[in-house]
Design a protein around this ligand. Structure first.
Ligand SMILES: Nc1ncnc2c1ncn2[C@@H]1O[C@H](COP(=O)(O)OP(=O)(O)OP(=O)(O)O)[C@@H](O)[C@H]1O
Length: 235
């Protein structure tokens, strides 16, 4: 394990029932870093986030976070350790309004962003407080899904494809919010298919292929060696 890592994933294997999705993942994330998991569809990026959060059928290996081993811990214990997860499907409750969705996750640790600071940071949510989840645009839903995990006190965020299905102008706004969170000291592990977006926000890129890590690229390499990246992504 790298001694300065906040999260260290070692030889991580994960299964959905009988079907194996991860085959020995290894990577680390340092405090305050923004790291992306990139790779083709079905490579195992989302499963890696779910495994860290303890929501796959079975996982083996080691996931050390802030001095604690997470394998064997339940999801609520992992949340209390200070990790928050924003799933790809956003999971906004359609029958609840923005205010209710926002205050649904419990405050688990000190250090979370207060409700008033959250609304100042996400003014579009402030304007839509009484709107039901069903009436929100994709971008508003994504902002809400990110904002509501910030009040829990978690300082490590797992974000699954926040740019997915959104118009370029909204993707830009989401990128600005994510960079603001990084500037506020959050450590972020981001699954991302949108390379332009990934390039703009990340310090490092972990390339996933068939359930293993095949390369790690620094931000400079992603900018300068697109051929190498395109080879991995098959684009
Ligand atoms: N709930 C599930 N049950 C069974 N198999 C699953 C489930 N979710 C994902 N898988 C399988 O696990 C493997 C990894 O999927 P995963 O969703 O982690 O990939 P990904 O890299 O995030 O790609 P994508 O962007 O397409 O979601 C794939 O073979 C996928 O079919």
């Amino acid at each position: 394990m790298t001694s300065d890592a906040l999260l260290s994933v070692e030889n991580l294997h994960a299964w959905y029932g009988e079907s194996k999705a991860l085959h020995g993942m290894n990577f680390t994330v340092r405090p305050g870093e923004l790291v992306t998991l990139i790779g083709r569809n079905g490579a195992g990026k989302s499963t890696t986030l779910r495994s860290i959060m303890g929501i796959v059928g079975k996982r083996t290996g080691a996931i050390r976070f802030d001095g604690q081993e997470l394998i064997g811990k339940r999801t609520y214990q992992i949340a209390r350790a200070g990790i928050a997860y924003c799933p790809e499907e956003r999971a906004i409750f359609s029958s609840l309004n923005v205010s209710e969705n926002l205050t649904l996750p419990p405050v688990l640790k000190p250090g979370g962003i207060s409700d008033s600071d959250l609304l100042a940071q996400f003014p579009n949510l402030q304007r839509r407080l009484k709107s039901p989840g069903t009436k929100l645009s994709g971008g508003e839903q994504q902002m809400l899904a990110i904002a509501r995990i910030l009040r829990t006190g978690a300082r490590f965020l797992l974000l699954d494809e926040p740019s997915e299905g959104l118009a370029p102008v909204v993707v830009k706004e989401i990128g600005e919010q994510i960079l603001r969170l990084k500037a506020q000291g959050f450590t972020i592990l981001l699954v991302e298919q949108n390379l332009q977006f990934a390039r703009r926000v990340a310090d490092r890129h972990v390339v996933v292929e068939n359930g293993v890590v095949v390369d790690t690229l620094d931000a400079e390499t992603l900018r300068t060696d697109m051929d190498r990246v395109k080879h991995y992504l098959g684009v």
